[in-house]
Design a protein around this ligand. Sequence first.
Ligand SMILES: *Cc1c(COP(=O)(O)O)cnc(C)c1O
Length: 463
Amino acid sequence: MDAAEFRRRGKEMVDYVADYLEKIEERPVYPDLEPGYLRDLIPTEAPCEPESFEDLMQDVERVIMPGITHWHSPNFFAYFPAASSYPAMLADMLCGAIGCIGFSWAASPACTELETVMLDWLGKMLQLPECFIAGTHGHGGGVIQSTASEATLMSLLAARCKAVRRVQAVESERSESDVLSKLVAYTSDQAHSSVERAALIGAVMMRKVPTDEHFAVREEMLKKMVEEDKAAGLIPFYFCATLGTTPSCAFDHITKLGPLCNKENMWMHIDAAYAGSAFICPEFRPLLNGIEYADSFNFNPHKWLLINFDCSTMWVKKRTDIIGAFKMEPLYLKHENQERFRSLKMWFVFRLYGLKGLQAHIRKQVALAKEFESLVQADNRFEICAEVILGLVCFRLKGSNELNQNLLKRITKSREIHLVPCQLSGRFVLRFAICARTTESRHIQRAWRHITQLAFELLQEQE
Ligand SMILES: *Cc1c(COP(=O)(O)O)cnc(C)c1O
């Protein structure tokens, strides 16, 4: 393909993408296929001779599209959102063209520098304390990671390194392996599975802190566990708090947990993968109060801030903590090989939406969740299972877990809308998350009519 053909095909592709997104509602949101469907549809080996673009695009419709769960359909309410916007897609195109690998400043100066400035812009939108902003003389700063899981792992490894050094500074005869075997990390019993995985990879013990009736960690519970563990000769060193848990969007009490962690020399990392985007709105910013006690903080603009995957942003209070653990260059805290020009899509989205546009997106989606909550509340066959704070509604039919499992089976089978469940205090609960950027009130109303219709049929059959 030469430049002339690229111009033509590129324009065709933009039309294909715009058509796909404009008409996405016409496609069933969830595929109707058996595992292994794809292998039979394409040859067993790569072609020897080049093929035509037309043939390839035909196969996109024949082979790929039937196997897609359409995350950007306004009928998709599963998991948490995957952000997407036209400005971010355009930036991704340009990123592909520049195609640089920015593992050091010299390898691509704009790539490295734009990233640190974009993280400052975003940090200021969230009103992060000054110490997290790189600016010209701060000790902290931000960096783009691929995923929240990666950020959690990085914080845990940095905390581990710091803890070993701290203990050895006082007890120089103690071996590293002895200290490591005594380290203990903590997180909520509602935390994302990636937090536990970080402890597995970091080869340290991790204990789950039980949560209160709002699914949040309170200071008393963590304090009790820390006291017990210290009495048993263990070394508490790390706590991963969650702001906006995956099952129910619950918020740990970091204003109280933070001082406890600081006093006990425990690193506090905050995982706000989903909820973090909402903190750009002044009315939701109080949910982040207590951030000043944290050593590191992470959220995923690729979930809710209109920046396509991958863009997970992490800030640390002291860059030296990370540099010490990973021997990385001062300003840029980076692994080699992973540095695509990801800050470009942040720049495009921030400039073409503006803070106001981004806030409007968050507010609209929270209002849609509230609208759905009201519909559930108005129907006494159903109940709300967790406080609706942002864009997630946890609800269920009053009755057994089996009844709710059957309801979800019917919803999934109908393929008109897509939801996933969660467990809350042993109860099977349906999660309704506002996901696609184009979701409107009519989609919420239609989804609810559909759910109540299926519930009605189910309840009738049971009688
Ligand atoms: C989605 C989510 C994650 C995982 O994010 P990745 O970027 O896929 O690693 C972690 N924590 C919470 C609270 C989440 O909601």
